[in-house]
Design a protein around this ligand. Sequence first.
Ligand code: NAD
Length: 387
Amino acid sequence: MKTHRIAVVGCGAFARMVHLPNIQANPRAELVMTCDQDHGLAEESRATFGARRASGDWREVVAADDVDVIVLATHTNLRRDLILPALAAGKPVLVEKPLANSQEEMIEIVREVRRTGVPVCVGHNRRSSPGVLDLKRLLDKAIQEGGTLVPAVDRSAGGRRTELPEERQIQLLIRVNDDCRSWVDWIYWDREGILFAEMVHFIDVALWLNPSPPVRVFAEGSARGNFTLLIRFQDGSLTTIQQGLAGHFDYPKELFEVTTRHVTLALDHHVELRQRGLADEPFRRVYPFGPIPDGQSGEGIEGFHQAVTRAREAAALRGGPPAYISPDKGHAAHLDGFLDCVEGRGRNPCDVADAVVVTRIALKLLDAIRLGMPLAVGPEDWHIPAG
Ligand SMILES: NC(=O)c1ccc[n+]([C@@H]2O[C@H](COP(=O)([O-])OP(=O)(O)OC[C@H]3O[C@@H](n4cnc5c(N)ncnc54)[C@H](O)[C@@H]3O)[C@@H](O)[C@H]2O)c1
């Protein structure tokens, strides 16, 4: 088994909560360097996660002979400047989303990936969530085969009535129940905040699930949160992304509900996938979450609610905040998949070209919400020419 010597640049909240523990737990990875412009934070992260050394300057990471792979977890303030020399030095980069906030910067990164042949993976990790992977597999099956079960109420002569074109469209609802008290001051950065920096996850899932290209976007609400985004696809399919910032953190955050060809699929917070319409698939699949409180035995969405209640009860006795019960949103698998790709034995979990399209659509939605009008999307947005 190959060991990948990894450096993390940007040891902020997300790196310390997700990337650094995941690298520490991955037997294929060795944490060589922690780097942050706040040297104290780099040093603290080194000590906590057992890196060999810490640095306050990302240039030392790019130049280091004993670093094979870089995880870049700063905001978009540091992207091209690090990625271009890293690729020239033969170091693959897993970069957090969003890839960048300008077209020029994204294209420069794509060109350098192509020139060097060194991969960049973007942290659109929902695609690596076990629940989202099953959702895509079942949706692909529904698109190909359609549902076979005649409904309890049937006025279509057993499904023999002429099919409407709309019956083949994909209606996808992504509901994001957020609690802005869980965010740091990003919430106020409307040019960089939730609509742009967070919604790329869900725009990515929408584009990944829909075989047809997007043709129009519309957005209504506040760009800081409490908005609805609409993406229309060429075949008439619609994706609605509904975000609320004044929800409660205890309640499940992400619900993906999709219908096509008389199949209904619902992925509830990455812990439970339900389906009706596919006769040979189970009604319910469940996925792990953690940490599991003492005495907890339930699974799926009901188990998740029980775990949150138990965590709150334990906190009331102990004092302090309850444990954060987290579903598997695919972060660890995304990194692992990228290491496979670096070794040449798997596809990139989120190639940079896919991320460019997602980021362009996010920027367009930001324009749409500001202008208060729908905006056209064309091949110039979703097609990236060779060369
Ligand atoms: N994939 C996900 O699910 C997910 C979730 C949350 C955040 N993120 C992404 O992770 C990134 C970081 O988010 P965060 O919440 O940890 O932010 P944060 O502000 O807590 O951390 C960013 C860190 O980067 C450091 N930094 C900034 N510029 C630097 C430079 N030039 N050199 C070295 N260090 C530098 C800062 O000092 C800070 O410690 C963002 O791009 C965000 O979108 C991804």
